[in-house]
Each structure stands twice: as structure tokens, then as C-alpha cells.
Design a protein around this ligand. Structure first.
Ligand code: NAG
Ligand code: NAG
Ligand code: NAG
Ligand code: NAG
Ligand code: NAG
Length: 795
């Protein structure tokens, strides 16, 4: 006994060891496979999701009971394999939503929102179309330092010619004018008192004082005005070679209102100069150290901060150009071409041209620039600078056929009305530092020079939904981290589960058929079917069926009762509300003899039937209905009806006629009444008012008793003879079947017919009786049961 016990315990121990080994090997293989997500160091949902785009966190309460909390973090597929239901997995699925409600003429879509988690990326396509003709605003920004004297003198003529030439490309061309020299501080200008007022005094010429930027003429249609203004311009002077070109440009760009840029127009900023421009940090030499703020500082059309702020950086300038959708045309002296060429790549939508002496080619230069700028479609994508380091953007361009892509995000030679597509992929590398998780990241997708752009908003999925809503995962201690919200919030009162109750605060949470997770019902699973609905109130199994369909296929099963669609009614929504199907063409509902229930007639009188209660096989015919009254009269109230009845209802409607055939052609119906005296009385049911309704013939048609007997006898004899004949035929047929067939006794199959006389006459059975478990001593018995001879009953 003891040895047996030991053997058994050994076996059990062995089995346990085996299972343990198996579990270890499985978990090792799993951690190897999904090691990006699973880690024993993870204790919160946030930490888990930060490990990668594929990681998920299981918030199901009873998930892997008792296991370490880090087990809740794994790839979504592994979690499902481990028994976590999909509704309980927090993960960051990439979502892209396109808002198509904003109308646009050139750029579509105008607004996109996307959700990204660390390591994930989203793609979307932006479509840009250049229109046929645009209104055009051209702002002349002219360097009026002494060396530009020749150019300036020619400008009024050129301006007029240019406006003529631009009519080919636009029907609405407007111009404006502004001038610049340099920051009016030493060492850029001479501060000798005479030279401040007239910088050209040493050349015996009249000049005006140097200035940073003066806005002279807002954008206007009036070319006469433009010519007048340009003619009034006088030159100025300064000391050093570079001028404050970029400083003035920035003001001309950002002072939208003062300059008068129109929203619907293409904006051209023409900068004419024969010198390079100062760059951002140059002004430190003059003791100006405040960085430029990128804003407009015009007062009385004069740039006021020129002596206080540094020159803008190239980045600020590029950003301003892009945001205000301005193309810049740099018409520079040939000697400075190289200097500007190096900067060209930094300025989006910029065109650089060589200005010949006396600005002779200015007109062609501007027209060429306009044509070139409008034949290029270029996209600039800018990520909010606070988050830019955590995002990457990749643009692929699909240019229209016929134009070659010249860069990754630019198409050239695009004709008007052609479409350019940009496939933009935005990726997020990591989550922001703490406190910035809730910030949405703005990405601007701006086609250069267009007045429309795409606003992309990226939602950073770096925290868990559940903790966002109620903080329950954050507040939970390690052992219960991951429990569904309602349990924790019921204790801490942070998230009300009332939102999961069907009638605001009362009723069972999710109708008792689900769990409240982060303010939303997650419905239970049932073997019977699916439970769904905002409060798990609907399902597909607990309601009556009609013709094999739940709620007849015409309703929703809500809390065990069918909620029928409009037009349907009944417990299982199998009934049409309309009674159309109960009406014949006469408009009477069920022929006036019933109610319409569920689109079918229910007849009040059980004698009636048919789809519209129109049939009555057992009803009296019209003739039979009047038999009683006829009888009353013939028997004087002693026949079928009681005397009282006869007097009351029959007396006034009955009359007699001598010759019924007279009434044959009258309206109504001819009938027969068979009376008890073996006579037929003809009567007529009339419909004419005035005359009695029933007219009974005085002459009955009676069978004489002799004729009656003969008829009866012949029918009787005919019946007897026919019956005897049938019996005789049956007898002969049966006899033939009973006759034995001795020839075929040994080959019953030859006959091809089944002959029952060859069946065995006894049944034999062998029965073995067993007295105990000893097999050798059992007793076998043969029992013979005689069968009843097959032909017995025929004899
Ligand atoms: C255009 O400007 C001139 C001179 O500045 C002025 O006399 C004329 O009235 C203006 N025309 C219009 C249409 O404003
Ligand atoms: C952009 O320009 C187009 C074409 O001129 C115009 O139809 C549209 O209204 C402008 N959009 C905005 C926002 O100004
Ligand atoms: C951008 O797309 C190109 C072409 O598909 C690809 O070669 C490149 O690796 C992508 N860059 C990033 C950062 O995904
Ligand atoms: C856009 O680019 C992404 C990433 O390269 C690619 O997966 C996607 O299919 C592209 N979409 C279209 C419409 O070309
Ligand atoms: C029926 O009417 C006849 C004649 O008007 C009358 O004699 C008889 O009493 C009435 N019978 C009954 C039961 O009212």
C-alpha cells in the first residue's frame, strides 16, 4: 500500500515539474518575440504605451489574476492571446480625420486632425490647383540710396509700361510703393549735423535724410497716382555699402493692412537695390541688440523701430513670406547677383533677376518672374517649433503629367487648372516631456504663394484615455493598477459612473449587462449573442422572432422587447400598421364583417372566412334566407318559424302571384322553396319599392306519389347492382393472388415479385444466461417462437 502511494506522489510531482517547465519555456519564447513592449519595469499604462506604437495595456479587472502588473503591457495580439478582451486594451491607433466642410478653390482639404503615438506615423494627401487668372498686387520696394538715382528716374515710365504688359496675365493689377535706405544711426550714416538733414551735402546736391523704411503709396489701381508718387521721390544717402533691404522687406510683408495686400490676390514684392543687405546681427555694431520681433511697426507710414531692433533673421523673413503668401522678386544690380543667389534657397517663393542699368529690363524681369512663380507649385511644411524636434515629415510629390518634379516638394511648369498632389507623412518619434501631453501640435502645410493652406492638428496619444478622464490608473496603487475605472472612482469619487446609467443617475450601470470603463459601457459577452448599445440595452437574442427573424427584421431588440420601426407594430414587429391589406376595392374593412389585425382580416362571425371575410360556405343563400317567411305563409305560422316571428317580420313583405313567370323579367331573383309536402314553391325576391318583397307563386310544383316511388326504386336498384358488381370483382382479384405456384418454389427471386409464402414460419433466438462472473459456467438456450402464418387471415 505505501509503495503504491509513493509511486503516485512521484508521478504527480513529475507532472507538476513538467508543466512548470512548459510554462517557463512558453514565457521565454514570448518575451523574446514581443520584447519591445513587455518589460518587468513597467507599472503604468503611460510607461507601457511609450515603449512603441504596437504596445497595449490591458485594463480588464480580472486579467491574469494575481500576476505582476507589468504583465498588463504587451502587444495587442499577445494580450488577446493571454485572455484580455479587445475592448479593454488601451493602445494608440493612428487616426486621421479630414474635415471636408471648409470650401476652398485651390487647396484641399483645409483642415486635418490626426492622432499619433510615439513611433507611429500618419499619411494624408493634399491637392493644390493653380487657378486660371488671379488679381495681382505688386509692391515696389525701392532702395533710394544715392547710387540708385538712375533707376529711380526711369521708374515712373517703367511702371506704366509694366501695368500695360501685365494686362495679358491679369485683369486686375494694382501697385504700391515704398522706399528704404538704412538704419539712420552711426556708423551707417554720418551724424554730422549738416549731413543728417542732407546726406549729399558734400556733392552739392539736395538729398533727403536716410530712413529705415517709408511706406509711400498703398496698393492702388490708380496708375496716375503711382506715376505722380514716383516722380516725387528723391534720393537719399548713407555711409556703408549694405542697406537695410531685409528690414524693410519684413515691414512691407507683415504690415498687411497698411500696404493694402488683398486676400484674393497674388502678392508680388519687388525689391530693387544695387547693394547687398544687412543681416540680423549686423546692427550690433551700432549698439542695437534687441532681436527683431517679426511684427509690424509702422506709424505715419514710417518704420519706428528701425533704430531699436536688429535686422530680421533669414528665418523670420522666410516665415513671414510664407505666412502672408507673398512672392518676392529681387531685382538686383548685376554686381550683387552672386551675393543674393546664395540666400535664394532660404527664401520660399523668391525670384532673383539681374537689373540692367537704368532699369531698362525691369518690365520683362517682373513679367518673367510672375510667369515662373505661378508655374511652380511648392509646398512648405512647418511644425510648431516647440515640438518640431519630436516630429519628422516626409513629402512625396505627384506632379501633373508634362511637368517634371524638380525637388521633393515642388513641381515646375504647372499649367493653370492642373492639379498637384502631395503625399505627406508625419511621424512622431517620442512623447513630450511631462505636462505637455495634452498640447495639440499644429503643423502648417502651406503651398508657397497661395492664400489658402492646410491646418494639421496632431493629437499626441501619450497618456491613457482612462487616466485622462479620471486619473484612475494614475491614482491606483500598483496592485490594482489597471482595474476598470468605475471600481476605483466609486471609491475616490473622481469619475461618476452615472454616465453609464441609462437614465442619468438612476438605473443599473449599463443595464446590468456591462462594465463602465472610463465613462463608457463595455458590454458583457454572452453565448446567446451580442449585447450592444450605449447602455448595453440592445442585443440580438432576447426578443420574439417572426418568420425566423428577430423582431421580424423590422425592429431593434431593446431590453427584451421589440422596438418596431415606423410602419410596423406587434410584439415581434410582424404587423403592418397600415390597414390597406384588409380592404377590397369597395373600401370596406374586411367586407364590414371583421377587424383588421396585423394586416389580416379577423372575421367577427366565425362562419365567414377568406382574406376579406368575403366567403361563407355555410351561410344561407339569398333564397334560403327567405325560406322562413315563405314557410310562415304556407303553414300559417305553424312551420319552421314561430307564429310571433312570422307576424312580426314576415307579414308585411309577402304577397302572392298567380303566374310567377310574369316576374321573370322583373328585377330580383327567382327562388325555389321545397316544402314538407314534397312540393316546390317558386317565389320571387323583388327589389322594387312599393311592391311586396317576396311574391310567392300560388301553384306549387309537386311530385305525384307514384312517380316519387318509381324514382326511389330505380335509384335503390341501381345502387344494389353496382355494389354487388364491385364485390365480385374484388373476390376474383384476391383469389388470383392466393393461388400457390409450385414450379417456382426453389427460386423465389425468378418471379421478380416478392412472395411472402417463402418467409420462415418461426423465429429462432439464442439466449445466454449467466449465473455469475465465471464465463465457463454460462448456459445457452435456444428459444423458438412460432410466427403467425401469413395467409391465416385470408382463410
Ligand atoms: C487718380 O489719382 C489722380 C492724381 O493723384 C487723381 O486726380 C484722380 O482723381 C485719381 N483717380 C481715381 C479714379 O481715383
Ligand atoms: C484666395 O484666392 C482666391 C482666388 O483669388 C479667392 O477666390 C479666395 O476667396 C481667396 N481665399 C481667401 C481665404 O481669401
Ligand atoms: C521619405 O520618403 C522617401 C521616399 O519614399 C524615403 O526614401 C525616405 O526614407 C523617407 N524618409 C523618412 C524619414 O521616412
Ligand atoms: C503616401 O505615403 C505613404 C508612406 O510613404 C504610403 O504608405 C502611402 O501609400 C502613400 N499614399 C498615397 C496615396 O500615395
Ligand atoms: C298573428 O296575426 C293574426 C292575424 O292578424 C292573429 O290572428 C294572430 O293572433 C297573430 N298571432 C300572434 C302570435 O300574434
Amino acid at each position: 500500500m505505501t509503495s503504491w502511494l509513493r509511486k503516485y506522489t512521484n508521478f504527480i510531482l513529475h507532472r507538476k515539474l513538467l508543466i512548470a517547465l512548459l510554462i517557463v519555456s512558453i514565457s521565454i519564447s514570448r518575451t523574446v518575440a514581443d520584447n519591445t513592449c513587455a518589460s518587468p519595469l513597467i507599472s503604468t499604462c503611460e510607461e507601457c504605451l511609450r515603449r512603441g506604437p504596437d504596445c497595449g495595456w490591458c485594463i480588464q479587472e480580472d486579467f491574469l489574476d494575481g500576476a505582476h502588473v507589468s504583465q498588463r503591457c504587451d502587444s495587442a495580439s499577445s494580450l488577446v492571446r493571454k485572455g484580455c478582451r479587445e475592448e479593454f486594451i488601451e493602445s494608440h491607433r493612428v487616426k486621421v480625420e479630414v474635415d471636408a466642410t471648409i470650401s476652398s478653390t485651390q487647396v484641399a482639404p483645409r483642415r486635418i486632425s490626426a492622432q499619433l503615438g510615439p513611433g507611429s506615423a500618419a499619411s494624408f494627401v493634399v491637392e493644390v490647383q493653380q487657378l486660371d487668372r488671379y488679381p495681382v498686387d505688386l509692391y515696389y520696394l525701392v532702395d533710394v540710396s544715392a547710387s540708385m538715382k538712375d533707376n529711380l528716374e526711369r521708374l515712373d515710365n517703367v511702371g506704366l509700361a509694366l501695368s500695360h504688359q501685365m494686362r495679358e496675365h491679369t485683369s486686375d493689377f494694382r501697385v504700391g510703393f515704398g522706399s528704404f535706405v538704412d538704419k539712420p544711426v552711426t556708423p551707417y550714416i554720418s551724424v554730422h549735423p549738416t549731413k543728417i538733414i542732407n546726406p549729399c551735402s558734400e556733392f552739392d546736391q539736395q538729398c533727403r535724410p536716410a530712413h529705415g523704411f517709408i511706406h509711400v503709396l498703398p496698393i492702388t489701381k490708380n496708375m496716375t497716382e503711382f506715376t505722380r508718387v514716383v516722380q516725387q521721390q528723391t534720393i537719399s544717402g548713407n555711409m556703408d555699402t549694405p542697406e537695410a533691404g531685409f528690414d524693410a522687406m519684413l515691414q512691407a510683408i507683415v504690415c498687411q493692412k497698411d500696404i493694402g495686400w488683398r486676400a484674393e490676390a497674388k502678392h508680388l514684392l519687388l525689391v530693387m537695390t544695387d547693394q547687398p543687405s544687412h543681416l540680423a546681427l549686423d546692427s550690433k555694431l551700432a549698439g542695437i541688440v534687441v532681436p527683431h520681433d517679426g511684427r509690424c511697426h509702422l506709424e505715419d507710414n514710417t518704420y519706428t523701430q528701425t533704430t531699436n531692433m536688429e535686422h530680421p533673421t533669414m528665418g523670420q523673413l522666410a516665415d513671414a513670406l510664407l505666412r502672408n503668401s507673398i512672392y518676392s522678386i529681387l531685382a538686383v544690380d548685376i554686381a550683387q547677383y552672386k551675393w543674393y543667389e546664395d540666400l535664394l534657397d532660404l527664401l520660399p517663393g523668391a525670384f532673383l533677376g539681374r537689373l540692367l542699368p537704368k532699369a531698362t529690363n525691369l518690365k520683362d524681369l517682373v513679367v518673367d518672374a510672375y510667369k515662373k512663380l505661378l508655374s511652380e507649385v511648392e509646398l512648405e511644411v512647418t511644425v510648431d517649433h516647440r515640438h518640431a524636434h519630436r516630429f519628422w515629415v516626409n513629402v512625396t510629390t505627384i506632379c501633373p503629367p508634362g511637368s517634371r518634379p524638380t525637388g521633393s516638394n515642388k513641381c515646375s511648369n504647372v499649367k493653370s487648372m492642373q492639379k498637384v498632389f502631395f503625399n505627406i507623412t508625419v511621424g512622431m518619434t517620442s512623447c513630450p516631456s511631462k505636462g505637455l501631453e495634452d498640447d495639440d501640435v499644429a503643423i502648417s502645410v502651406q503651398p508657397v504663394g497661395f492664400n489658402e493652406s492646410v491646418a494639421v492638428t496632431i493629437k499626441q496619444a501619450c497618456s491613457c484615455q482612462c487616466s485622462q478622464k479620471g486619473g484612475c490608473l494614475d491614482d491606483a496603487d500598483d496592485t490594482i493598477a489597471g482595474t476598470a475605472c468605475n471600481d476605483i472612482s466609486e471609491n475616490s469619487g473622481q469619475v461618476s459612473t452615472d454616465v453609464c446609467r441609462p437614465s442619468e443617475g438612476s438605473g443599473k450601470i449599463c443595464n446590468g449587462r456591462g462594465t463602465c470603463v472610463c465613462g463608457e459601457c463595455v458590454c458583457d459577452r454572452s453565448n446567446l449573442g451580442t449585447i450592444y448599445g450605449k447602455f448595453c440595452e440592445m442585443d440580438d437574442f432576447s426578443c420574439p422572432y417572426e418568420e425566423g427573424l428577430l423582431c421580424g427584421g423590422h425592429g431593434q431588440c431593446t431590453l427584451g422587447e421589440c422596438v418596431c420601426q415606423i410602419g410596423w407594430t406587434g410584439e415581434s414587429c410582424g404587423c403592418l400598421v397600415s390597414t390597406e391589406t384588409c380592404q377590397l376595392s369597395d373600401g370596406l374593412l374586411c367586407s364590414g364583417r371583421g377587424r383588421c389585425v396585423c394586416g389580416r382580416c379577423m372575421c367577427d362571425d366565425p362562419q365567414y372566412s377568406g382574406e376579406f371575410c368575403e366567403k361563407c360556405p355555410t351561410c344561407y343563400t339569398a333564397c334560403q334566407a327567405h325560406w322562413m317567411c315563405v314557410d310562415c305563409h304556407l303553414t300559417n305560422g305553424l312551420g319552421r318559424g314561430t307564429a310571433e316571428q312570422c307576424n312580426k317580420t314576415c307579414a308585411p313583405v309577402v304577397g302572392y302571384v298567380d303566374d310567377i313567370t310574369e316576374l321573370t323579367n322583373a328585377l330580383g331573383k327567382q327562388c325555389l322553396y321545397p316544402s314538407a309536402d314534397r312540393c316546390h314553391y317558386r317565389f320571387h325576391i323583388g327589389v322594387e319599392p312599393g311592391s311586396p318583397q317576396l311574391q310567392i307563386s300560388r301553384q306549387p310544383e309537386c311530385l305525384s306519389s307514384q312517380r316519387y316511388f318509381v324514382t326511389f326504386l330505380s335509384v335503390f336498384l341501381l345502387t344494389v347492382v353496382l355494389g354487388l358488381g364491385i364485390l365480385a370483382v374484388l373476390r376474383i382479384l384476391l383469389r388470383r393472388r392466393e393461388r400457390p405456384q409450385p414450379d417456382n418454389q426453389n427460386q423465389p427471386l425468378d418471379t421478380g415479385k416478392k412472395d411472402l409464402s417463402y418467409a420462415p414460419t418461426t423465429n429462432e433466438k439464442t439466449v445466454t444466461y449467466r449465473r455469475d462472473h465465471n464465463v465457463e459456467r454460462s448456459v445457452e438456450m435456444h428459444v423458438q417462437v412460432p410466427k403467425m402464418p401469413l395467409d391465416d387471415m385470408w382463410q
